[in-house]
Design a protein around this ligand. Structure first.
Ligand code: F6P
Length: 357
């Protein structure tokens, strides 16, 4: 048996743990693993790949990034703009499948977020046996309670907030931290709670800055003269819109800039010195946390199992501490967003965190 493996979309900590899991489990069965480089682009004729042996994956578990590379744009992009689906041109699909057939690859493991898994679904519908593995720091994939990479990203947010807190306290300042997550507020929510933010602004809850300013004034009255505010890049004010960076790549605008706007307005509303830090790709880099190493390994092993059981068109999923699987189609149907009435938001509110509503 010879199987293929590729990573699609933005990288995240834990991708190498999945590779380690796939190669470890496959080689115990005597299977060969071909790792395609730069995501689906590696499937273009004649195929850009490396044969992954256990010796070659020794020690990669703890490495950030991916030894195979990844791509979040290019020929096989299947999600464009906000929720738009792009059908991959038939000729391109045929070329990629021909490459796989030429290399005698019998099944393909696609590790990715909603965009890359939508592409995986198109391969499945075109008749090629695929299984998916959920990956994204944003944690926004449906049908799985968690994706690997999310915990590591939250860890970076918490670390940043711990550092910002000490300097904020010295200068009695308000520190705003803008974090990633696209249209989902998971990173802001978990990172903000873990890092002791007094306010967290997320896309799922439109905010009024006067409410945040009120929380900051109250903290001053209580003798806490510094405050940490976490702003998800996709957050927006009541009746307002999300902020996008000016640059556009492949027709895709990138979210960014809401942190600066919030900092400026909070300074005006509270009269306090306010600074903004945009954490950016620090959230995607570095070594995976122990949770992401273990999740990644388990996901990789499960993907091999799904192939062995010939359960194609399915994505590995994590539910209630159990690694199972769901149809890929189900996972990409809609984004997994924070429930504004859910227990996590309620717990945050119970300890005084303001969501600007
Ligand atoms: O989807 C992962 C993510 O890091 C988002 O949180 C962020 O909006 C986007 O990718 C950034 O993409 P790029 O690496 O292309 O700047």
């Amino acid at each position: 048996m010879r199987i293929g493996l590729l990573n699609g979309g933005g990288d995240c900590p834990g991708l190498n743990a999945v590779t380690h899991g796939v190669v470890g489990a496959a080689s115990q069965k005597g299977w060969e693993v071909y790792g395609f480089k730069q995501g689906y682009e590696g499937l273009l004729s004649p195929g850009d790949y490396k044969v992954l042996k256990v010796e070659k994956t020794e020690g990669i578990l703890k490495l950030g990034g991916t030894i195979l590379g990844s791509s979040n744009k290019g020929n096989f992009t299947s999600k464009v703009g906000e929720g738009g689906i792009r059908e991959i041109p038939k000729q391109l699909m045929e070329e990629a499948i021909e490459t796989l057939n030429q290399l005698a690859i019998e099944a393909l493991i696609c590790v990715g977020g909603d965009g890359s898994l939508s592409t995986a679904q198109q391969f499945f519908e075109a008749g090629f046996p695929v299984v998916g593995v959920p990956k994204t720091i944003d944690n926004d994939l449906g049908a799985t309670a968690m994706t690997f990479g999310f915990d590591s990203a939250c860890h970076s947010v918490v670390d940043a907030l711990d550092r910002l807190q000490t300097t904020a306290e010295s200068h009695k300042r308000v520190m705003v931290l803008e974090v990633m997550g696209r249209h989902a507020g998971w990173i802001a929510l978990y990172g903000g709670i873990g890092g002791g933010a007094c306010s967290i602004l997320i896309p799922e809850i439109p905010f009024e800055l006067e409410k945040v300013a009120e929380t900051i004034r109250q903290r001053d009255e209580d003798g806490f003269f510094h405050s940490l505010v976490v702003v998800a890049e996709g957050a927006a004010p009541v009746g307002g819109t999300q902020r996008y960076e000016k640059t556009k790549e492949d027709g895709e605008s990138r979210l960014g800039g809401m942190g600066d706007e919030v900092a400026e307005q909070l300074a005006a509303l509270t009269g306090k010195e306010t600074r903004c830090t945009t954490l950016g790709h620090l959230q995607r880099g570095g070594s995976p946390t122990s949770l992401d190493r273990v999740l990644g390994t388990r996901f990789g092993v499960k993907a091999v199992k799904l192939i062995e059981e010939k359960r194609f068109g399915r994505m590995v999923s994590y539910q209630q501490y159990h690694v199972g699987s769901v149809p890929i189609e189900e996972a990409v149907r809609e984004l997994n967003l924070v429930d504004p009435e859910g227990e996590v938001v309620e717990s945050a509110k119970a300890v005084g965190i303001c969501f600007g509503n």
